[in-house]
Design a protein around this ligand. Structure first.
Ligand SMILES: [Zn+2]
Length: 187
């Protein structure tokens, strides 16, 4: 199954996050011994990139956003959250002066939230299929929609050429891990 070819990819990304976490802890825990008890957790949040829980001493990184985006986005999130942990050791919460200074020092985007477009976990991609040709269209869906007898606005030639395909399958197909015949076209 294509899922097995995807697992190493996500675990590779997770490893990069873990490595950076350890690297940051080692770099600063001599000066800030409280960092030693901080732990890293992967969460399933769909829209929140990450968080820093001062009391639990826990930094959470969204695994579903990690899956759907380049690893750089969540490496940046980890630095962002790590800067929160450090700023809190100076008594500051939120995105104030101390946090900003740490964010710059760690190389995080010194803004409260990333303005990069974040891909959330859509399940299905709308595509147009003409014979062997698959053309991904600009729409994605969280759940199945009925596409029988539907066509693109004003373009009746697309009648019954519209299908949904799971985002994972489409990516596997585009990466060459799946053949056309292995794809499930949903209408
Ligand atoms: Zn923040």
């Amino acid at each position: 199954m294509f899922l097995t070819t995807f697992m190493p990819d996500i675990s590779e990304k997770q490893q990069k996050i873990r490595d950076l976490f350890i690297e940051l802890k080692q770099a600063y825990q001599t000066d800030y011994p409280d960092l030693a008890s901080y732990q890293l957790k992967f969460s399933q949040t769909k829209t929140v990139l990450g968080s820093c829980h001062y009391k639990k001493r826990l930094i959470s990184i969204s695994l579903s956003i990690l899956k759907q985006n380049p690893v750089e986005l969540q490496l940046d999130t980890l630095k962002h959250e790590f800067a929160h942990a450090l700023a809190f050791m100076h008594g500051e919460r939120g995105h104030g002066r101390v946090w900003k200074a740490w964010a710059v020092k760690l190389g995080a985007t010194p803004k409260s939230r990333s303005h990069k477009p974040v891909r959330t976990e859509y399940k299905y991609q709308l595509i147009r299929k003409q014979g062997e040709r698959i053309e991904p269209l600009a729409r994605k869906y969280h759940r199945k929609v009925n596409l029988k007898n539907r066509y693109l606005g004003g373009d009746k030639s697309s009648l019954n050429q519209l299908y949904l395909i799971s985002v994972e399958e489409l990516e596997a197909y585009q990466a060459g891990h799946l053949h056309l015949a292995q794809l499930n076209f949903l209408q």
